[in-house]
Design a protein around this ligand. Sequence first.
Ligand SMILES: NC(=O)c1ccc[n+]([C@@H]2O[C@H](COP(=O)([O-])OP(=O)(O)OC[C@H]3O[C@@H](n4cnc5c(N)ncnc54)[C@H](OP(=O)(O)O)[C@@H]3O)[C@@H](O)[C@H]2O)c1
Length: 379
Amino acid sequence: MDGKVRGLAILGSTGSIGGQTLEVVRSFPGKLSVVGLAAGHNHELLARQAQEFKARVVSCHSPGEMGASWLPPGCHVTTPEEVACHPDVNLVMAASVGSAGLGPIMAALGHGKTVALANKEPLVMAGELIMAEARRWGVDILPVDSEPSAIWQCLRGEERDVSRVVITASGGPFRQRPRGELASVTPEEALRHPTWRMGKKITVDSATLMNKGFEVIEAHWLFDLPWEKIEVVIHPQSVIHAMVEFADGSVKAQMSPPDMRLPIQYALFYPQRPRNGALPRLDPVEIGALTFEALEVDRYPCFGLALEAGKKGMTYPAVLSAADEVAVELFLAGAIGFTEIPDLVGDVLSEHHSVSTPSLEDILEADAWARRMAYAWAR
Ligand SMILES: NC(=O)c1ccc[n+]([C@@H]2O[C@H](COP(=O)([O-])OP(=O)(O)OC[C@H]3O[C@@H](n4cnc5c(N)ncnc54)[C@H](OP(=O)(O)O)[C@@H]3O)[C@@H](O)[C@H]2O)c1
């Protein structure tokens, strides 16, 4: 490893990806310096993290409730944008959930900060604008999501002559449940993912496969891939995260145990691959068999909605993302059923009138409109 200490800002530090990012930081004492932390409502954990990692700036939803005495000396409370843009930050781990990350990500890119991107919803909403902003300032966006990270790792060293990219999906907890029984799925059941431990929103998105649709959109923007070159297959073991097929028919696959600390660490230390004894190792004999199945698109209407909105572009993906965020929130609150998630998202999308070549303001307006429509749908 080089001797440089990287200055980190972690947006969403109190969440699943944020917490695992801090675990990786703990595994490499003196290599990464946590400059800033941004969270939502979990003030208590944020304060403990700020103490442990001697953060210099923090942000949260209601700073008034935080109590300055909890913070380490010299640490002050500010906005997520300022956390991301602090002069000592080189790398921003974007790991908040939903559309809230869009503003800080755009601010970070505008300030020349490398962005490690776990928070996929902003890229779904505004992929074209985010990629243009990164190009404008000559800044890298490093994938953290395991499937885009796998594509990135397969493409390392040879980015030409790609004929196809295959993203894998576990299929979620209801892959084998009769379709007629899906309407009665409870939030507790939807939150029981077979292979990954994640935050609630992405866990429900994984059960509906909206998350896989988001990943196709992510891959389209991050790797400039045409839609027809991106495929999805069901792979229940979640060991192969993606495959890249080249023009000669050779296929590279990236394999690792389903543990987000690996893609997180890959982005934090890229282009190096330091050893981390805390990470599990892959034992092929123990795995035994890797299986693949075709994706039954009719079984997962959210996947189809995501692909359609992604391909239409304009403000449709922003509406998709916002309507889904509200639908998942309402499902988790018991206000709508599991199979009403695609009904709600589909109805809001079909009511939408998009503007072509949208600005950031148009996208935020479409997001706000979709939220209003989604709440009204459930009333
Ligand atoms: N978890 C995974 O394995 C995984 C894998 C790939 C990609 N991702 C993506 O990474 C992102 C984070 O996922 P996660 O599973 O870590 O979610 P999570 O556990 O729910 O954590 C979300 C984080 O965002 C913060 N947050 C919530 N609302 C916010 C707001 N309005 N403004 C600022 N911060 C806010 C939360 O703060 P409080 O808790 O303090 O309220 C928390 O720190 C998502 O976009 C997800 O799709 C996750």
